[in-house]
Design a protein around this ligand. Sequence first.
Ligand SMILES: C[S@@+](CC[C@H](N)C(=O)[O-])C[C@H]1O[C@@H](n2cnc3c(N)ncnc32)[C@H](O)[C@@H]1O
Length: 276
Amino acid sequence: MSHTNPWSNPSTVGATEAAKMAAFLEENARLPDQSQVNAMLRDVLAPAPGERLLEIGCGSGALCRLMVPSIVPGGHMTGLDISPDMVALARRYAADTGTADSIAFDTGLAETLPYANASFDGAFAARLMLHVNQPDVVLREMMRVARPGGRIVLMDWDWETVAVDHPDRELTRRLMHWRADHHGGNNWSGRQLWGRMAAAGLQDLTVTPVVAVAHDEHSSLTQSLWRAAEVSREGGALTPDEHDAWTSELKVRIAAGRFFASIVYFIVRGCRSQWV
Ligand SMILES: C[S@@+](CC[C@H](N)C(=O)[O-])C[C@H]1O[C@@H](n2cnc3c(N)ncnc32)[C@H](O)[C@@H]1O
């Protein structure tokens, strides 16, 4: 279904591209819609002083750094990523922000975590499950390395929850469907997290949907829409004229202060049984 997806391993596209992807993650984490989503993820995870927490697919480490103030004193974060380039950059960002003492970054596979059973009080993965081929294997590994009763939190967007206020419904639907089916991994991952975690036997499941809303250029979603239009044109779903017409209309709306788009992120939390 999806084309080559560099987010499955940024190091496969080379160190320079991986550095651009890390910079993209850092920039995104500063945008208001992503700050809102990330803050909600932290609230759902509820990190506490002294805890040992693990992030799988940590990228540039923005979320690991976000958790640090909540786990000190005495706590420790571990971030793991498949890409050695990402891990090196995550270490550098942590050093630049004074959080390096509280975070260890490891290169490794989410499918075969290099940690002993029950090593962590909680494990989370954000914007990862949509990019892996075996999400159930990853989830089982997260459960294995969490202590009995430990928390597991997963978060993904669901691209087919995107709502864009655009007058051309047919063109908008065509673009959105093409983007959802052909770009950036499994774009239904968000809606699948709950069932996946229930099937894995996690307990006390909660789901927190977060609606990220964009009204201008300064949101991650708006940037994703430009990219969606571009890849849909490249993929042949839109003609160049249709691409230009669709994006021009949105730019007019942005300039006039009447642009609206939204997307839902699903944050699902569960606990590993006390008795396994
Ligand atoms: C979209 S980024 C998200 C980064 C971070 N979680 C965040 O929300 O800012 C996905 C990350 O998952 C990593 N990744 C993808 N597949 C992986 C796998 N099988 N094992 C470990 N990391 C993986 C990628 O290298 C990338 O850094």
